[in-house]
Write a protein that binds this ligand. Sequence first.
Ligand SMILES: [Zn+2]
Ligand SMILES: [Zn+2]
Length: 768
Amino acid sequence: MTRKKPDPVLTRTASRETAAVEMTAFGVVQGVGFRPFVFRLAERFGYRGWVKNIGRGVEIHLESEKPADFGRFLAALESEKPPLARVEKIGVRPARALGCRFFEIRKTTGGPSFVFISPDIATCANCHREILSPAERRYRYPFTNCTDCGPRYTIVRSLPYDRANTTMAGFSMCADCRREYEDPRDRRYHAQPIACPVCGPQLTLREARTGRVSPGGIDEAARLIRAGKILAVKGLGGFHLVCDPRSASALRELRRLKERQTKPLALMARDLATIKEFAFLGPGERRELMSASRPIVLLRKKKDIPEVAPHLDEIGFMLPYTPLHHLLLERLGLIVATSSNRKDAPIAKDEGEGIASLCDFVLTHNRPIASRADDSVMKLLDGRPLFVRRARGYVPHPQRVPVELESDAQVLALGGELKDTVSVYKNGYVVTSQFLGDLDEYRNFRYFEETVAHLERLFDVTPGVVVSDLHPEFRTTRYARASGLRHIAVQHHFAHVLAVLIEHGIPAGQKVLGVAFDGYGYGEDGAAWGGEFLLADYLGFERIARLKPVPLPGGDAAAREPARMALAYLRDAFGDKLPELEPFRGVERKKIRLVLEMMEKGINSPLTSSCGRLFDAVSFLAGAAPPRVEFEAEAPMRLEAVSRRRARAGYPFEADLTAVPWEVSFAPAIREIVREVRKGAGAARIGPKFHRTLADAVTAVALKARDVHGVDTVALVGGVFLNRPLVSLARTFLQDKKFTVLMPEKYSPNDESLSLGQAAHALARLAL
Ligand SMILES: [Zn+2]
Ligand SMILES: [Zn+2]
């Protein structure tokens, strides 16, 4: 947003007549406390007039009988705006004075609107102070909130955003709360979830097995956690499972209940000082940890806490984001706070969902959750955020689409299957849902259906077009086909690339080189893609290069067993004469023979160009990953964890530029890695060199693509680009060669962003 300096409209001084201006602000200015903010500002300046919502913006009419400097008002409007407001454009024009007698907030009028609904916001400093102050009536009240903070997305049931349409509907305000709610000068003016100990939600502590109520509330809950018990604690978007990270037996029990032996667990710490004891904190990390969205931030370990994030060099921390968390952490300092889901189900949002079987005690409350949302997870890379999971605190922030893609149609995009999200498009904005999990699980699919309905209701969307992945067998694709709506299917990696383009506002028609590296996506030819170089704009793409395909012995099973992928890559590099290697000691001979035979005979061994699977193979060969892992990216993450050093040079690779598409083969690298392994080299030596090799390969293809296609912008996407050393190296090498490098910053590079990219392609098609 730009603003000219001396503006005759703004500095108009009335001699006898009253000075008046009209301002219009567009962007995210509705439902974020903007009108009461303008009200208070106008009172401060002594202006009269009104503020009201119009279409996609806010209209402000200002009058002053005294000489007025509306420029100062405008400056304050920009610099002091509510934390969630995003002003994209402000217009100012002279107006006729109407002789207003006071300043007022008027009712909304006309125009196609995009009504914003706020994400949940962490407890603000004012509310935090209040709950710690014995003189306040909200002293130690766990549901304290105000216009600047508190639950939003997770409690809204439908539009408009009024208390009656939230899960606070069942609580009628007491006289004191009502007074605050109705006073435009109060910080709780129109705070829909307003509550106090007299009229608001209440906590209950229950024994899980018997359901018996335990007295003592938060104090007793803290005591139980300290005593090594596991508690389910109801937060904003669902229950956390909580325990003391210093209790080895509690951690073991938690892992047993969740059926997760190695998956990292998140920690919640009282304050930054506590986090600093265990992890390294840069300024970016501090900023994100303290932000109103309060994500889990992955930090480099300083002092390990055994069993919390085994085999990794990063550990996830968050700060308290509700008064309940603050009060609990005040007593405990540090807790494990992990999402309360079983392997095949979404985060639990009420006690009826089997939460009692996962814990010893339940600390719950009677404010229902309208929409589940997991904690968001991010890390910082070269100072920029990189989302591992985007959910609570960020959803449902809208994404503006480039003007050329705007459409009157409303669109529903369904994403893929793993790590899914859905997106809706309406009136210039795409809203992407929270992370929904893996939809091959029945209960997660219900969560998907729940969320589609929730978003459609919240944003008043009646889709005319539905978009899915190209995969014919995904549940989401079948859902799209069954909808009876116009159905557009979008290739997986193409959707990945478009998500980055739309986030960065790349105009329609501009071509970029999208480097999409991930585990698996259904290709246009039906094959398993995952190491793709796409020349793309919103309308279409050409696959100009790929990683050389190798067999995926056993299909899906190969993603859980890095040893299988290692055999596939060894066979590719050495043919029939496979070398004897140390890491295979842990694998049965019979199993090795079986996997090799599968590939030879072509049984259940589709070809894949997956970069994720290449990582699996190398991680196993280097000795960083076991033959079998628990979760999909575990092997690459373990290799990344030992790749802190920078290698001076990478391994050799081959690029076949006569093939269509061009083909990058890492067979020479695999041969070199094998040679080093036999000489006793470990993962700490091989890891950094391998990361560098991949970055070299990306750069080589980009240079060739520039020669042949004249493309100067490279987008790096797909789950593989959550890898710190790879992103750092690839970005540096590409920028050294004067490429513009685009990375996702507001959305995850993994499959969570597919629905956003799918929506972008559908809009481009609709704009034809
Ligand atoms: Zn507050
Ligand atoms: Zn009250």
